[in-house]
Design a protein around this ligand. Structure first.
Ligand code: ZN
Ligand code: ZN
Ligand code: ZN
Ligand code: ZN
Ligand code: ZN
Length: 205
């Protein structure tokens, strides 16, 4: 059991359990999560359950970024440029907003789909690029290889960090964890009910 800053009830940590959508940030996750002991269908990324009220000069943005449970209007994340549907970190002037998973992205990233070189976070702006993993074009921040022209968008990076991309490295992880094949099938206990037949002469005379 664990108490959370971001949910009113006690939470339980689960290490497995397939894919889910985080009840806090509304982004995808897989395996590790918190679930609520009281609410049905509450599943929260472990990092989303412990988000601070304020990030002060994070590695991604100077100044303060304040936590809010949601935004009232549609806003896009300054980093990945995708819509923010749940938990958000916002600058005081409200011109910068981040997904929780984007504000905590590492500066250096070993991507399973580009295993020979480390990728670096590049806080780029408006020029378009296309992701070498999913081939979608995007703007905004990206991961770029320092040794070859390989670019990865933050959406793919976040999926990989959550264990949701089927890169060779991650598949090995899945095999190690065994995916719940614990062997023994459930034994079905069969109760044998003996019917005592009075006919055979056991009765009182
Ligand atoms: Zn989340
Ligand atoms: Zn709850
Ligand atoms: Zn984002
Ligand atoms: Zn991509
Ligand atoms: Zn490279």
């Amino acid at each position: 059991m664990s108490s959370s800053r971001r949910h009113k009830h006690e939470l339980v940590s689960l290490s497995e359990g397939g894919r889910y959508k985080c009840s806090g940030c509304k982004e995808k996750g897989r395996n590790a999560r918190f679930t609520c002991t009281k609410c049905k269908n509450v599943m929260i990324h472990q990092q989303c359950a412990q988000l601070p009220d304020v990030y002060e000069n994070s590695i991604h943005a100077e100044g303060q970024l304040k936590f809010r449970p949601e935004t009232f209007f549609t806003h896009n994340c300054i980093a990945c440029r995708k819509e923010i549907e749940g938990f958000v970190f916002e600058s005081p002037s409200r011109n910068l907003r981040f997904h929780p998973l984007c504000i905590t992205l590492p500066l250096n990233f070993n991507f399973g789909g580009h295993i020979n070189h480390a990728l670096q976070l590049f806080k780029a702006g408006e020029e378009k690029y296309s992701c070498n993993f999913c081939n979608q074009s995007n703007r905004g921040w990206r991961y770029a290889c320092q040794q070859c022209p390989y670019t990865l968008d933050l959406s793919c990076a976040k999926l990989d960090l959550q264990g949701l991309l089927h890169s060779p490295l991650k598949d090995e992880d899945v095999i190690e964890h065994g995916d719940g094949n614990d062997g023994d099938s459930t034994k079905i206990a069969i109760e044998v009910i003996k019917i005592v037949a009075d006919l055979a002469g056991g009765g009182s005379s």
